[in-house]
Design a protein around this ligand. Structure first.
Ligand code: NAD
Length: 245
């Protein structure tokens, strides 16, 4: 369908995993897509791949201006780039805390703020942030990561309130463990028997399998869609029922 025809979307982290899947889906649905990524070579065919570090303000501002110049504006921002962090409260030093907070959290403010002048001019402005089940579930050994995803969750609600009267909708998805390169490479690198580990990981999900990136991508596209003009400040679980446990 051409649901997104004439609209321009930024997808951060759009060269891999969930972000790449979103970029593909938006392209198929008629959008112009600019991918902001450290390694834009992985951006899908048809996207404008821009080398961008979302933890760096100058890099973000340059990429936003390039995307807006290429397509004549920006309607949609998908704040999806993120990195992991493991461990209990004493596991990460200050440098690691600052780095992961910067990449995962401050980036959401930075990219959205840089795009805001363009979003204000759009008839169909929408922001979708990738939070996580980690925001609300109390996952073991994920203190820093959970802090970042909880911050994204809360920012989504506060930003939605701030911009609703300007017609800018702001929502989030909260994926469970998804079958992306990030999760798979982690599994393969540390497991002695990766296949057994994968079987156990699947079995730990309430619906018996990992979440597929395209399922998260479809939920992100749903929230970004110009057809969902009354949906703002919502946090959509895409976790196979994990949140209810
Ligand atoms: P991924 O590693 O497959 O893709 C992430 C992309 O972000 C990569 O292309 C990477 O180059 C890019 N990136 C990383 N740091 C960046 C930076 N500083 N600037 C620009 N780009 C950068 O990861 P994924 O599994 O698709 O995760 C995407 C998002 O989904 C993340 O925010 C993650 O926290 C969230 N999430 C993932 C899962 C999961 O199980 N995979 C679950 C819940 C939430």
């Amino acid at each position: 369908s051409e649901e997104f025809a004439g609209l321009t979307a930024i997808v951060t982290g759009g060269a891999s995993g969930i972000g790449r899947s979103v970029a593909e889906l938006l392209l198929e649905s008629g959008a112009n897509v600019a991918v902001f990524d450290l390694n834009p070579d992985g951006a899908p065919h048809g996207a404008l791949g821009l080398q961008c570090d979302v933890s760096d303000r100058a890099s973000v501002e340059a990429a936003v201006e390039s995307a807006a110049a290429e397509y004549g504006g920006i309607d949609i921002v998908i704040n999806n780039a993120g990195i992991g962090a493991q461990g209990q409260v004493d596991a990460n030093d200050d440098a690691e805390w600052n780095k992961v907070l910067n990449v995962n959290v401050v980036s959401v403010a930075r990219v959205t703020a840089a795009a805001l002048p363009y979003l204000r001019k759009s008839e169909h402005a929408a922001v979708v942030n990738t939070s996580s089940i980690a925001a609300t579930a109390g996952l073991p050994e994920r203190v820093l990561y959970s802090a970042t995803k909880g911050a994204i969750y809360s920012m989504t609600l506060a930003m939605a309130a701030d911009h609703v009267r300007e017609g800018i909708r702001i929502n989030a998805v909260c994926p469970g463990t998804a079958n992306t390169p990030w999760v798979m490479s982690g599994l393969m690198s540390k497991a002695e028997k990766p296949e057994e580990e994968l079987r156990q990981l699947n079995a730990r999900q309430p619906h018996g399998r990992l979440v597929e990136p395209v399922e998260v991508a479809r939920s992100i596209a749903f929230l970004a869609s110009p057809l969902q003009g009354s949906t703002t400040g919502s946090t959509l679980a895409v976790d196979g029922g994990m949140q209810g446990l």
